[in-house]
Design a protein around this ligand. Structure first.
Ligand code: ZN
Length: 571
C-alpha cells in the first residue's frame, strides 16, 4: 500500500437519508421472516414403534418389523416395503407415484429415498427414507410423504420466468438472482393441491438464501423458507501478519512479498483457524456470517478474484492463492466485531446493511489501496505491493473507519485526520494485544507491519506524539495527523489495557459528530470513561496520556470517588 489508505465519503448523505427514512427496510429479512415449522414437526402420538401424525399415519418407524420376501437390490427391497406399508404411511390411496430420489450405502445398510410425484412432477417436501439391510430387514423409516394430494393437471399455465418476476417483487427481493434453476412441483402442504414454481434465490445485499413457492397459475407466493445454515469452517490465515508472528523484519527468512509468491518462510507463518458461522447453501460454503460477509463487487471481479465457495468448509490455501485473502479478512473482521460487540459489550454494527460487514478482498482495481465506503458500509482491499488483505493492520484500520462511522450513526469526522487515527488505533491495539512485540521492539510502534515498512511503502507509526505537539505541530495531511491521535491513545492503552481503552474509544466517539477535532474526541473519551464507571486511576491515566504525553489539554472530569477520597464530601 504505497499510497495511504483512504475513506470514501461521497455517499454518506444517502446513508443518512436511508436511515431516517425507512428503519424497517434495514431489518434483515432472515430475522423478520421466520421459517414455519417442518411439515411433520409435531407428532400426535409417539410410541416405542415410532411417531404418528394426527390422522394416524406413521411419520417415523423406529422398528418397522419388516423383512423383504425376496433378497434383491436395496431399492427393490425398499419398494417392497413401501408397497406393503402404504396404508401405514398414509399414501395407500394417493394418486402420486414413488420415484427413487437418492440412495446411499454405508456398508451395514442402505438408505433408499423416495419422492412422491404426480405424472412425473415431484411433490414439494415429499421425502421417504427407507433404511434396509442387505438381508432385507428394514431397520428405520422416516417419512415426509404428503398424505393429501389431488390429481391435478401438471401443465403450468405460466412460465417460470413470468411467475418469477411477480414473486420476487412480492417477496421484496426484486434484485435477487437464482441459486438453482426453478423447478415445477406439486404443492400439497395445504389444500387444495396446487401446481407451483419453486425458486431458490439470494440477494447479495440481503441476508439469507430463500426458497419461494409460487402458484404456477396465479403467481401467488404460497410458501417460503430460509435455506441457509451457519456452520463453522477452517482456514489458514496470517494473524495478525507474518512479520509479527515471526518477530521478523521484511526481507528476512523469505518473508518478502515477491509478487504474491509462496515461500517456506511465509507458509510457516500460516495459522489454522476456525471460521465461525459461515454459510452453507446449495452445496457450497460461503464467507457469509453474522459479523462479516465476503462480496465481490469491486474490480477485479469474478474468477479467482471472486469470493471463494468451496464444496467443503475447509478454505485453507497458501498466500499465493487468490482465494487466500477472503478467509483471512473474514477471520479478522469476525474476530474484531465479536470482541467489540460481545466481549466488550459495545454495540457497533453497520448502519445501512444487516448481516455482517461487507468486504471485497480483491478490490480497488488491484491498486495498492484500500477503503471504507460510508454510504454502503463496504470495505475493499487492493493488492499492489503486499496484498492489503494479508495484513491485519490494513483490515482493522479500514474496519476502524467503519466503527467510527457506525458508532456515530454516520457522523464520522476526518477533522485533523481523526478517523485515520481511529483506524490506526484499533489496528495497533489489536496487533499489540497478540503479544508478539514488546515496547523494546521498534515494531511495537509500527502501523502496517506487513503492508508497510518495506520497499513499497514506509507505513506509519504510533509514537508520533514524540517530537510533535497539538494543535500546531501534528503533521500535515489526514494520515500524518491521524498518527498523533493513535499515538496518544496508545499511551493510554499501555496504562489501562486494551479492553478498557477500546471500550472508552468507542463510547467517547459515540458522543461526537462530523466535525470533531482530536481534542473534542479526547474530551469525549475521558468524559465517557468517567460516566461509565472507570476508576480514578484509569481516568488519571487517560488524563496523563492526553495532557502530559500529548497536549490536548482536556478538562479532567470530577469523579465522585476522587472527591470522596480527598474528603470533600461528608458521608
Ligand atoms: Zn484510512
Amino acid at each position: 500500500m504505497s499510497k495511504p489508505s483512504i475513506i470514501l465519503l461521497a455517499a454518506i448523505t444517502i446513508a443518512l437519508g436511508g436511515l431516517c427514512g425507512s428503519a424497517l427496510a434495514l431489518q434483515p429479512v432472515a430475522q423478520s421472516l421466520q421459517n414455519k415449522p417442518a411439515f411433520n414437526a409435531t407428532a400426535a402420538l409417539e410410541t416405542a414403534e415410532g411417531r404418528f401424525a394426527a390422522d394416524g399415519r406413521a411419520t417415523t418407524l423406529y422398528q418397522p418389523g419388516f423383512r423383504a420376501r425376496v433378497r434383491g437390490s436395496a431399492e427393490a427391497m425398499a419398494r417392497e416395503f413401501m408397497a406393503e406399508r402404504a396404508a401405514q404411511l398414509g399414501i395407500a390411496s394417493s394418486p402420486a407415484t414413488l420415484t427413487t430420489a437418492h440412495q446411499r450405502n454405508d456398508g451395514g445398510f442402505s438408505v433408499v429415498r423416495f419422492q412422491q410425484a404426480l405424472d412425473g412432477v415431484p411433490v414439494y417436501g415429499s421425502d421417504i427414507a427407507v433404511s434396509v439391510k442387505p438381508d432385507g430387514e428394514v431397520i428405520f423409516v422416516s417419512s415426509e410423504a404428503r398424505p393429501s394430494i389431488d390429481a391435478i393437471p401438471v401443465q403450468p399455465a405460466r412460465t417460470a420466468d413470468d411467475v418469477r418476476k411477480q414473486v420476487v417483487q412480492a417477496f421484496g427481493m426484486p434484485a435477487a438472482s437464482d441459486v438453482l434453476a426453478p423447478k415445477l412441483m406439486v404443492y400439497a402442504d395445504a389444500q387444495p393441491t396446487r401446481l407451483a414454481w419453486v425458486y431458490v434465490i439470494r440477494d447479495a445485499q440481503k441476508a439469507g438464501e430463500w426458497e419461494l413457492v409460487a402458484d404456477a397459475g396465479t403467481g401467488e407466493l404460497i410458501d417460503f423458507r430460509n435455506t441457509e445454515y451457519y456452520v463453522d469452517g477452517t482456514a489458514t490465515v496470517f494473524d495478525p501478519d507474518p512479520l509479527t508472528t515471526a518477530r521478523a523484519t521484511y526481507g528476512s527468512g523469505g518473508l518478502t512479498d515477491a509478487s504474491d509468491a509462496d515461500s517456506a518462510g511465509l507458509t510457516g507463518q500460516l495459522i489454522s483457524v476456525t471460521l465461525r458461522d459461515i454459510t452453507q447453501s446449495a452445496g457450497v460454503y460461503r464467507l457469509e456470517g453474522p459479523w462479516a460477509r465476503c462480496q465481490d463487487w469491486a474490480a477485479p471481479s469474478g474468477g479467482v478474484n471472486d469470493c471463494p465457495t468451496p464444496a467443503t468448509p475447509d478454505f485453507s490455501v497458501t498466500r499465493a492463492n487468490q482465494k487466500f485473502e477472503g478467509p483471512n479478512v473474514y477471520h479478522l473482521i469476525d474476530k474484531q466485531m465479536r470482541y467489540l460487540n460481545q466481549t466488550l459489550g459495545v454495540t457497533v454494527v453497520p448502519n445501512t446493511v444487516a448481516g455482517g460487514v461487507r468486504f471485497d478482498p480483491h478490490g480497488f482495481n488491484g491498486d495498492d489501496n484500500s477503503s471504507f465506503s460510508s454510504g454502503s458500509d463496504q470495505l475493499q482491499f487492493g493488492e499492489g505491493g503486499v496484498d492489503d488483505a494479508e495484513d491485519a493492520d490494513v483490515i482493522l484500520h479500514e474496519l476502524g473507519h467503519g466503527l467510527h462511522d457506525w458508532i456515530t450513526n454516520g457522523g464520522l469526522s476526518q477533522n485533523e485526520g481523526l478517523s485515520e487515527g481511529v483506524g490506526d488505533y484499533f489496528a495497533s491495539s489489536y496487533n499489540r494485544s497478540t503479544g508478539h512485540w514488546t515496547p523494546a521492539d521498534p515494531q511495537w510502534f509500527w502501523m502496517f507491519h506487513w503492508d508497510g515498512h518495506n520497499q513499497y511503502w514506509g507505513g506509519r507509526v504510533t509514537n508520533w506524539n514524540i517530537g510533535h505537539s497539538y494543535p500546531g505541530n501534528i503533521g500535515s495531511g489526514i494520515h500524518d495527523q491521524g498518527q498523533y491521535w493513535a499515538s496518544c491513545n496508545m499511551v493510554a492503552w499501555v496504562a489501562i489495557g486494551r479492553d478498557a481503552m477500546d471500550k472508552a474509544m468507542l463510547l467517547g466517539l459515540a458522543m461526537t459528530s462530523g466535525s470533531a477535532s482530536q481534542k473534542v474526541a479526547a474530551q469525549a473519551i475521558i468524559n465517557a470513561a468517567a460516566a461509565s464507571g472507570y476508576s480514578a486511576t484509569q481516568i488519571n491515566a487517560l488524563a496523563s496520556a492526553y495532557n502530559t504525553s500529548c497536549s490536548y489539554n482536556v478538562t479532567v472530569p470530577a469523579l465522585p470517588d476522587l472527591i470522596f477520597k480527598h474528603g470533600f464530601e461528608n458521608p
